[in-house]
Ligand binder design. Structure first.
Ligand code: BGC
Length: 436
């Protein structure tokens, strides 16, 4: 199968997961408090970014999605580290010299520690003034965005404001896994969406996105701005009507409402989609379970334990799984992309897709099947403009180095050397020939 001319082949990373030494991030101390494996030097990309550019070149890739680390650029409130900004700009220029398009993400989970010293409840704290005003956390974020975009705007056309807002917010404010560690499972709908009309956490993020969108287009009129939305392939856990309704509820909560808000504001120039797996959603048998739904994420099963999970109606699929425990469902990518196209008619960029695997052919098979699914979506008329694999190199998977997502392995015992992993050769050939 041949891909359209100009199809964007690339790979993704995130600053906190690869740079190392991001000691001003709230996550730095959080790792210790949670007893996580420490991120430490990560893949050392802050110093070794040229090695990463070399990896991209070896794979014949034409795009690199990475994030800029807020806590590195602004280690103390209002104090910007010009050297850090200059380093990112140097990297952007080096990428462009190699014909690699930089796609810059402004918020990939990590936030500075000082943010929570100033605003302990983070994004939970609403704007002081009435509707339309920015929440305090959003205001601080926007000050950072303005700085970065003014500094690098001339060099970068493609921007992602937030990575997986719902995943990040659920981790930080739903189940307390990320800073600031708040929980709201019994009031999820209200905490996330307020009283319908754009309030709550998601409304605040949407408002911040809108402001970032305005700033980016002010600096870069031809910019293309989006978010990277985590979209699972949601399927009903059973054939009861309640389960089909539960899918709709969870779909709205996790995917659609935020996209609807941004689409309504006309602040999406394309749609960034992170796709990993299928999720079975059941209607819960207990009325107080959040939203009355039981989404069958591997992480939910792990949190509850398999027996309680099943008792509550949880279901996992029976396909082979990745090292994250995620079912491998390539046709889910086709379904997700088609649903998004039908709903928004925006060009789609796959901003993440990949697997944690250490088996010899794992990544190659995964790539083959997922790219074929994308090909089918293209053939049916969906405007997919590119595919960015997660991840370019092995990295820090939010608490552990065990999952290996990289097209390149990083030898943590041996000077952080990068070597091609399973699938790298195959992907390089796809990118070179533009065909499967
Ligand atoms: C995130 C990445 C993460 C990847 C694999 C996405 O949810 O954006 O930061 O490493 O999935 O879990």
């Amino acid at each position: 199968m041949k891909f359209p001319t100009g199809f964007i082949w690339g790979a993704s990373t995130a600053a906190y997961q690869i740079e190392g030494g991001n000691e001003h991030s709230a996550l730095w101390d959080w790792e210790r408090r949670k007893g996580w494996e420490r991120s430490g030097a990560a893949a050392g990309s802050w110093e070794r970014w040229r090695d990463d550019v070399a990896c991209l070149k070896r794979l014949n890739l034409k795009a690199y999605r990475f994030s800029v680390e807020w806590s590195r650029i602004e280690p103390r409130p209002g104090e910007f580290d010009e050297r850090a900004l200059a380093r990112y700009r140097e990297m952007v220029r080096a990428l462009k010299d190699e014909g690699i398009r930089p796609i810059v993400c402004l918020h990939h989970f990590s936030e500075p520690a000082w943010l929570f010293a100033q605003v302990p409840d983070g994004w939970l704290t609403p704007a002081a003034a009435g509707r339309g005003a920015l929440a305090p956390a959003a205001e601080l974020f926007i000050r950072f965005v303005d700085k970065v975009v003014t500094y690098m705007g001339g060099e970068v056309r493609d921007w992602l404001t937030f990575n997986e807002p719902l995943v990040w917010l659920l981790a930080g404010y739903g189940i307390g896994q990320f800073p600031p560690g708040r929980r709201s499972l019994l009031s999820l709908q209200r905490t996330f969406y307020g009283n319908y009309g754009g309030g709550g956490l998601v409304g605040r993020v949407a408002r911040a996105h809108k402001e970032a969108y305005r700033i980016i287009h002010r600096e870069v009129p031809e910019a293309r701005v989006s978010i990277a939305q985590h979209i699972g392939d949601l399927e009903p856990a059973g054939d009861r009507k309640e389960d089909r309704d539960a899918v709709k509820v969870w779909e709205r909560f996790m995917h659609a409402r935020l996209l609807d808000l941004l689409h309504h504001d006309a602040t999406l120039d394309f749609l960034g989609i992170n796709y990993y797996t299928r999720i079975y959603v059941a209607a819960s048998r207990l009325p107080f379970v959040p939203l009355g739904t039981m989404p069958g994420y591997a992480e939910v099963e792990e949190l509850l334990g398999p027996r309680l999970f099943r008792w509550l109606g949880g279901r996992r699929g029976d396909r082979p799984r990745t090292d994250m425990g995620w079912e491998i469902v390539p046709e889910g990518l086709e379904r997700v992309v088609k649903r998004c196209w039908d709903a928004y008619k925006l060009p789609i960029l796959i901003t993440e897709n990949g697997l944690a695997s250490t088996t010899a052919h794992g990544r190659e098979d995964y790539l083959k099947s997922h790219l074929a699914a994308l090909g089918r979506a293209l053939a049916s008329g969906v405007d997919v403009e590119g595919y960015l694999h997660w991840s370019l190199i092995d990295n820090y998977e939010w608490g552990s180095y065990r999952p290996k997502f990289g097209l390149f392995s990083v030898d943590r015992d041996n000077g952080l050397a990068r070597t091609p992993a399973s699938g790298a050769e195959y992907y390089a050939e796809v990118a070179r020939t533009n065909r499967l």
